[in-house]
Design a protein around this ligand. Structure first.
Ligand SMILES: [Zn+2]
Ligand SMILES: [Zn+2]
Length: 345
């Protein structure tokens, strides 16, 4: 089969590799839609990821497909089933899984390789995070299950209450998904900050109350936020850029007692500084939230299938597998939000 392999920094190669064969407990999908993700872009640029993969590797982690081969012992799936496979599954057996902290599982099984004609799904994912796509839900929409599950997880841990004013920093697919979910689930009044007017407009269509292009600000962002919140600051702040300096801005936008969710993963070995006084006297909660859990994976697919939110707005482009590198370049230049890759060969 044709598959994209990542060898290092911006070194992606399309190669012919052996078609995967499922071992016991595994299934193989024919990939119907694979979507690019900000995480893929980061990994492509940096040539590494703290947890997800080691090089060289099959690449890509968001996909919907059809089961074409089934390993021994898999009884609840059939050839032809249309499914979404999350890119990980927890072990349900470790210290963290016992505490329901599935995203911290010590033995997360990862899976990469959606930018290929076929995708082998490991046993743990088949068991815990392989979901049937409801009829009528297009494959490319279903392949957004993984990022949406991360966003649902992030939103649920940001202590947002109905009607809260929430700052979202970042107008990538994740930032925009946060806007949609915060407005839909929490009726939040979202202040969205990004760098491109066309994306901010999508945020507005998802229900953001106010939008700001950080390149055109007339005052410092925390001041603008305070102006919009009777001088207090935001009830919650969600950072979705993965830039250390923006993490600091996120903290500065929060009101006393707020929760700041530092959601965007930063480059390795970076640091931020936090003033001790507001942290203590303003009782801030500063937290990182990472990845998703099986519960949110299910919730995400249901939400996508329900059609209540137009998540298809995030698919800005469609390309064949051979143009994958171009897709990443377009994303890097922020010309594309998410690209649906056709891997049919
Ligand atoms: Zn992703
Ligand atoms: Zn575990």
């Amino acid at each position: 089969m044709q598959a994209a392999l990542l060898y290092g920094q911006e070194d992606l190669r399309l190669e012919t590799v052996a078609d995967p064969v499922p071992n016991a407990g595994e299934v193989v999908l024919k990939v119907r839609s694979a979507t690019t993700c900000g995480t893929d872009l980061k990994v492509w640029r940096r040539g590494s990821h703290a947890k997800m993969l080691t090089l060289p590797t099959l690449f890509g982690h968001e996909a919907a497909g059809e089961i074409v081969a089934i390993g021994e012992g898999v009884t609840n799936w059939q050839i032809g089933d249309r499914v979404v496979a999350n890119n990980s599954a927890p072990c349900f057996d470790c210290f963290y899984c016992d505490r329901q902290a599935f995203s911290l599982c010590e033995n997360l099984t990862w899976n990469n390789g959606t930018f290929a004609e076929y995708l082998k799904v490991p046993e743990a994912i088949v068991r815990h995070n392989l979901l049937r796509i409801p009829e009528g839900t297009p494959d490319e929409l279903a392949s957004l299950t993984e990022p949406l599950a991360c966003v649902l997880h992030g939103a649920s841990r940001s202590q947002v209450r109905k009607g809260d004013r929430v700052v979202v920093l970042g107008d990538g697919a994740i930032g925009l998904m946060f806007v949609a979910v915060l407005v839909h689930h929490y009726r939040a009044k979202v202040i969205l900050v990004g760098g491109r007017d066309d994306r901010l407009e999508i945020g507005k269509q998802f229900g953001a109350d106010s939008i700001f292009n950080y390149r055109k600000l007339t005052a410092k962002l925390p001041e603008i936020v305070r102006d919009l919140t009777e001088g207090r600051g935001a009830d919650a702040v969600i950072e979705a850029t993965g830039v250390p300096q923006t993490w600091e801005t996120a903290i500065a936008c929060a009101r006393p007692g707020a929760t700041v969710n530092l959601f965007g993963g930063c480059p390795r070995d970076t640091n931020i500084s936090v003033a001790t006084e507001p942290l203590h006297y303003s009782e801030l909660t500063i937290k990182g939230v990472f990845h998703n859990t099986p519960g949110f994976v299910r919730e995400a697919l249901q939400l996508l299938a329900s059609g209540t939110i137009q998540f298809e707005w995030l698919l800005s482009d469609r390309r064949p597998l051979k143009d994958l590198e171009t897709a990443f370049r377009d994303m890097g230049q922020r010309k594309a939000i998410k690209v649906a890759i056709d891997c049919s060969g």
